[in-house]
Design a binder for this molecule. Structure first.
Ligand SMILES: CC(C)(COP(=O)(O)OP(=O)(O)OC[C@H]1O[C@@H](n2cnc3c(N)ncnc32)[C@H](O)[C@@H]1OP(=O)(O)O)[C@@H](O)C(=O)NCCC(=O)NCCS
Length: 152
């Protein structure tokens, strides 16, 4: 007698009811270790990871390290989130820029792959910095359908 089919289904990325896909990512950075890495890596390390605007922002605080570490965590969190919706080559660290608005709220700007909608949150204390990221991407099928409608 044969029972119900037991073959596991291929996993799909998490999907919202409104037909979009969501990627999420999180990362934590130990500040003492990160401080040592910055000391060891010096300018070369900083300029490989951060944009000028990010360095300016971090250096405007009495201790730049927690802000740099939070941005490092945010970039890693964004990479994780992006890879959930779009496997393949990741943007480089410097292609993910974390900027703050006039209220201090951070957001990530990603180029050149045109990731549409990224939400991040940062936190840091004397020991660690953490960041989380959510990326929302419209499904290709939906984009294709609307482009077909436009071309009619
Ligand atoms: C904005 C706020 C939530 C930051 O929290 P915090 O515990 O001081 O600091 P954290 O280390 O957790 O977070 C710092 C990060 O929050 C982010 N942030 C700052 N303002 C923000 C805002 N308005 N919205 C979202 N995120 C914000 C920034 O990314 C910041 O890091 P950065 O400067 O390196 O970019 C806090 O200062 C605040 O205004 N809280 C409102 C409630 C309040 O007044 N509580 C005090 C009485 S209990």
């Amino acid at each position: 007698m044969s029972g119900p089919a037991t073959r596991p289904r291929a996993r799909r990325p998490a999907r919202h009811a409104d037909d979009s896909r969501i990627g999420c990512g999180i990362d934590i950075v130990d500040l003492a270790r990160f401080r040592r890495s910055v000391k060891r890596g010096g300018r070369a390390f900083l300029s490989r990871i951060y944009t000028d605007a990010e360095l300016r922002y971090a250096r405007s605080h009495h201790d730049a390290i927690p802000h740099l570490a939070a941005r490092f965590a945010a970039k890693e969190a964004v990479m994780k989130a992006v890879s959930q919706i779009r496997p393949g080559p990741m943007p480089a660290f410097k292609q993910i820029e974390i900027i703050n608005d006039a209220l201090g709220r951070p957001r990530a700007v990603i180029g050149p792959r045109g990731i549409p909608d990224v939400h991040i949150s940062l936190s840091h204390d004397q020991r660690a910095a953490v960041a989380s990221a959510f990326v929302v991407a419209a499904l290709r099928t939906r984009a294709r359908a609307s482009s077909r409608r436009r071309s009619r």
